[in-house]
Design a protein around this ligand. Structure first.
Ligand code: ADP
Length: 275
């Protein structure tokens, strides 16, 4: 059995409902635009660097639209069967188990396929008919052609900066989606996020954000991406634990960002210059 079947599917869709509002700092009109796409059930592609708020945005929108949210983080082992389902052998014989995509399409949830580009090529076969007006999910192994629930919405994310490998979203896939472009929030918003998420004071949060902005200037000069908002939140959380700011930034930002000794040295000196 594929390791991805550890995507445990709860029988109870209430488990996928988001009970309280996930904090999301909006950068533009993305909430209203997503709502419009949801109203028309147009599949949505979220493009942007890692750790800039895409997942949080989907969680926020699922809560706002009162839809359960089924999330699958795709990797290069993720196959069509991991998304659609498979026959399982148990003491009673064989039982069909819906995969996360099937469960979402059947029940009218939002299905979020994080980093779809990582998944195996056969996943396109099941995604494509779901993204056109037919909204069908072919379940060949179950001998079923599932018509998606009227509230079902497919959302996928994609990080265009992951150019290290050859993986790109195929034109035939990308043309099926409406897309929202994400980027790191502006400094004021990012400071507010770091304050809210890590609990540190605004002045320290602003210094972390300034450091984050500096690391982003190294992008394309040996770094694929600079410090994400997530990394700044982590640094803030360590500072909240009493760790000295420079140590927190080394641990949460400089060391994880690169394995290249020269780049790491440049990052460490940026940290030292910041605190
Ligand atoms: P992505 O899915 O783009 O990789 P996430 O949504 O997981 O990134 O964001 C990483 C973390 O950064 C979140 O857990 C949250 O703490 C913080 N974050 C980033 N952007 C926002 C935002 N706009 N509003 C609130 N929190 C954010």
């Amino acid at each position: 059995m594929n390791a991805n079947m550890s995507v445990n599917i709860s029988a109870n869709m209430d488990d996928y409902r988001i009970a309280s509002e996930p904090y999301y700092e909006e950068s533009g009109e993305e909430c209203a635009l997503f709502e419009a796409a949801f109203a028309q059930k147009l599949p949505v592609l979220l493009k942007g660097p890692t750790g800039c708020g895409k997942t949080r945005f989907v969680e926020h929108m699922a809560w706002k639209l009162k839809r359960p949210l089924v999330t699958v983080v795709c990797n290069d082992d993720t196959s069509a069967a991991d998304l659609t389902g498979r026959w399982l052998l148990d003491e009673k014989g064989t039982t069909w188990q819906d995969g996360p995509l099937t469960r979402a399409a059947r029940t009218g949830a939002i299905c979020y396929l994080d980093e779809l580009v990582e998944a195996r090529a056969d996943t396109a076969v099941v995604i494509h008919p779901l993204t056109d007006t037919r909204r069908l999910l072919p379940l060949d192994k179950h001998n079923e052609l599932l018509r998606a629930h009227p509230d079902f919405l497919l959302v996928v994310s994609y990080n265009p900066a992951d150019r290290g490998d050859h993986k790109q979203l195929k034109t035939s896939t990308r043309q099926r989606f409406c897309a929202l472009a994400f980027d790191y929030p502006d400094t004021e918003r990012e400071t507010a996020i770091v304050v809210r998420e890590s609990g540190i004071d605004p002045e320290m949060a602003a210094r972390l954000v300034a450091l984050g902005v500096r690391t982003r200037r190294l992008q394309g000069h040996g770094l694929d991406e600079g410090a994400s908002t997530r990394m700044l939140v982590h640094a803030g959380a360590l500072i909240g634990q009493g760790v000295a700011p420079a140590d927190a930034c080394r641990m949460a930002i400089a060391v994880p960002l690169s394995d290249d000794p020269e780049i790491t040295a440049a990052l460490l000196s940026t940290v030292d210059a910041s605190f």
